[in-house]
Design a protein around this ligand. Structure first.
Ligand code: UGA
Length: 441
């Protein structure tokens, strides 16, 4: 099938590459000329396992095209995906200006029937807005070309985006026109074998499903973080509690890992956007507000431990920091807990000596050159001359470090672990002071 994807961000690029991989003819449109030129040369703007070869191979095979020419893009696909960003505006609501701009562009250029699919995470009611913008634009052109608007939210996780897209757990389709079901089934057929993963519903329910899923997951995390604070004060071990409750199949083991707070481009933004949506319609979403507050506080957790240990004034202290990205297998620093930590440490006068396998360039881009930030090439180098070690991201190769090296290099054998990677008893028996989340400091 011929498919057009507007927006070459995480969602758009991964979706486009995966659709091309199964044989569809996919054209990607972006306003960013440099990004488009780079992609044509095989330079992928994001770090995502498996994505680079997928994009390169399909580009070379002629199934994946990149252009800034919106008119050509509209002419290309019967299916037109909108996968542009919906950044939070000043009050945290999702800003739809990019989504509506694409809707206008499609309507300006279309000459045959289009199925317009909202892939971006958009508030309930956005499909109606897209339809309205398109109808107005068509009217101005004096055109009556028919079109459909469908909501098809994306559930991929950064770091596992290609795999999630190749083997989706569900394909949610929100539509009010049964006729579009067939072309959409054909589009997703290669991902829908063995058992039917398509869940059909009305448009508003599909739009809310996306927010409900992310908010539910964020709620699980904040719940566990709250439990971890209680465990700490009550002398319990949250890791034992996690296993104890996870074994209940109604609760499950997923997304109940306590830590130094959730980050990324999705949970913080989506929880906030749903809070704003609720408030706009006169509903106080108390649970979601608490989820957000608990997460906000949790990002200060490691700083609290550090100040408890070293005192409020951290002048002259250097902290080795392992892990900067908001989670492993990505270079994404958006809303990363490490940012709150670094900013707090700097404010208290400390120096941060950091290592991350992928996010160093991103950190450099965000903070630039500064005397109190040293980015080093290995996790061992981060320990040199440092007073203590702090862990913010659970990269695989942080899980089994050489503790003798850590002890021999740090000025004091102290570890502040925001991801509960180690066994407290083992570390204590080796002479470390070990602060972890919800494990009794
Ligand atoms: C999230 C969802 O998991 C995806 O299903 C969704 O499609 C995506 O948002 C989106 O809306 O685009 P993502 O933001 O890539 O995906 O990352 P997650 O793996 O969900 O992790 C989010 C944050 O939660 C990370 O900071 C992670 O460290 C934290 N987390 C996760 C915990 O603190 N504890 C857990 O048990 C799990």
């Amino acid at each position: 099938m011929k498919v057009t994807v507007f927006g070459i961000g995480y969602v758009g690029l991964v979706q486009a590459a995966v659709l091309a991989e199964v044989g569809h003819d996919v054209m990607c449109i972006d306003v960013d000329e440099r990004k488009v030129e780079n992609l044509k040369k095989g330079n992928i703007p994001i770090f995502e396992p498996g994505l680079t070869p997928l994009v390169q191979q399909n580009f070379e095979a002629g199934r994946l095209h990149f252009t800034t020419d919106a008119k050509a893009g509209v002419a290309h696909g019967t299916i037109q995906f909108i996968a542009v960003g919906t950044p939070p505006d000043e009050d945290g609501s999702a800003d739809l200006k990019y989504v509506t701009a694409v809707a206008r562009t499609i309507a300006e250029h279309m000459t045959d029937r289009k199925v317009v699919i909202d892939k971006s995470t958009v508030p309930v009611g956005t499909a109606d807005k897209v339809r309205q913008v398109m109808e107005e634009t068509l009217k101005q052109r004096g055109s009556t070309v028919p079109f459909d608007v469908v909501s098809n939210p994306e559930f991929l996780k950064e770091g596992a985006a290609v795999a999630d897209c190749m083997r989706p757990e569900r394909i949610v389709i929100g539509t009010d026109n049964k006729e579009v079901i067939e072309p959409i089934r054909e589009l997703y057929e290669p991902f829908n074998r063995n058992h039917d993963r398509m869940i059909m519903m009305d448009i508003r329910s599909a739009e809310l499903t996306k927010y409900a899923a992310n908010c539910m997951l964020a709620t699980k995390i904040s719940f566990m973080n709250e439990m971890s604070n209680l465990a700490e004060m009550l002398g319990a071990d949250i890791e034992k509690v996690r296993q104890g409750i996870g074994s209940d199949s109604r609760i499950g083991y997923h997304f109940i890992y306590p830590g130094c707070g959730y980050g990324g481009s999705c949970f913080p933004k989506d929880v906030q956007a749903l809070i704003r949506t609720a408030e706009h319609i006169g509903y106080q979403p108390k649970l979601l507000q608490a989820v957000e507050q608990v997460n906000y506080q949790q990002k200060y957790k490691l700083t609290k431990f550090i100040k408890h240990h070293f005192g409020e004034d951290l002048k002259g202290k250097t902290f080795a920091l392992w892990g900067l990205a908001f989670k492993p297998n990505t270079d994404d620093m958006r809303e990363a807990s490490s940012r709150v930590l670094m900013e707090q440490l700097w404010e208290a006068g400390a120096i941060v000596q950091a290592f991350d396998p992928e996010a160093m360039n991103e950190v450099q881009r965000i903070y630039g050159q500064r005397d109190d930030l040293k980015l080093v090439g290995t996790k061992e180098a981060a320990l040199q001359g440092a007073d203590a070690l702090v862990i913010c991201t659970e990269w695989q190769n942080f899980r089994a470090p050489d503790f003798d090296v850590i002890k021999g290099t740090l000025k004091q054998p102290v570890i502040f672990d925001g991801r509960n990677l180690f066994d407290p008893e083992r570390l204590e028996s080796r002479g470390f002071t070990y602060y972890a989340i919800g494990r009794g400091a």
